[in-house]
Design a protein around this ligand. Structure first.
Ligand code: IMP
Ligand code: MG
Length: 185
């Protein structure tokens, strides 16, 4: 038998509790209902990190909507070489549709900025962005999300969909790992 331990034991500090996340999701659902509730939007989850947030968010939205997913990574730090590599593209046709990009965390801003351009290029009528977490101190591009759940300090966080080396996505809250765990990778 292999020995295992709970991922909770790897957490040094909780940044957002389950209750705080629930409140933030509820508030965001209210804002989205107000703004796109009559528009039959397409919600696009940015994989992999947004899968938990999107699942909780859509169950609080009581209006017609469709769901799609994308997976992309940004590369390049300068404004010239900056770009987006798309691993999984949209499967729905967004032309003339109102799109809400849903991501776990807004960090440098490069990924979402690139995705907004991409979806706009596909002819969407409007593109909004919704992030559970925002680390404004990390921004390298001029980009803000339309809807933000919780602003957090410049710390690398895991849980509620967010990973470090693909692990800890299943934690129901958001926290910071014990420092020796970040160093061991
Ligand atoms: P950006 O293009 O730098 O804004 O990248 C955002 C993406 O980087 C997020 O969607 C996450 O996948 C990842 N990321 C940024 N910060 C964190 C973090 O603190 N924990 C886990 N993933 C993060
Ligand atoms: Mg991501």
């Amino acid at each position: 038998m292999t020995t295992t331990h709970s991922p909770r034991e790897d957490i040094a500090e909780v940044i957002a509790t389950e209750a705080e996340i629930r409140d933030a999701v509820e508030r965001l659902a209210g804002e989205l209902t107000e703004d796109v509730g009559e528009l039959s939007p397409i919600l696009v989850g940015v994989l992999n990190g947004a899968f938990v947030f999107l699942a909780d968010l859509v169950r609080r939205l009581d209006f017609p909507l469709e769901i799609d997913f994308m997976n992309a990574s940004s590369y390049g730090e300068g404004t010239v070489s900056e770009g987006l590599e798309i691993q999984t593209d949209l499967s729905l046709d967004v032309e003339g549709r109102h799109v809400v990009l849903v991501d776990d965390i807004l960090d440098t801003g490069q990924t979402l900025q690139g995705l907004v351009r991409h979806v706009t290029g596909r002819g969407a009528a409007s593109v909004r962005t919704c992030c559970l977490l925002d680390k404004p101190a990390r921004r390298t591009v001029d980009f803000e999300a339309d809807y933000v759940g919780i602003e957090i300090p410049d710390r690398f966080v895991v849980g509620y969909g967010l990973d470090f080396a693909q692990r800890h996505r299943n934690l129901p809250f958001i926290g910071v790992l014990r420092p020796e765990l970040y160093q061991s990778q």
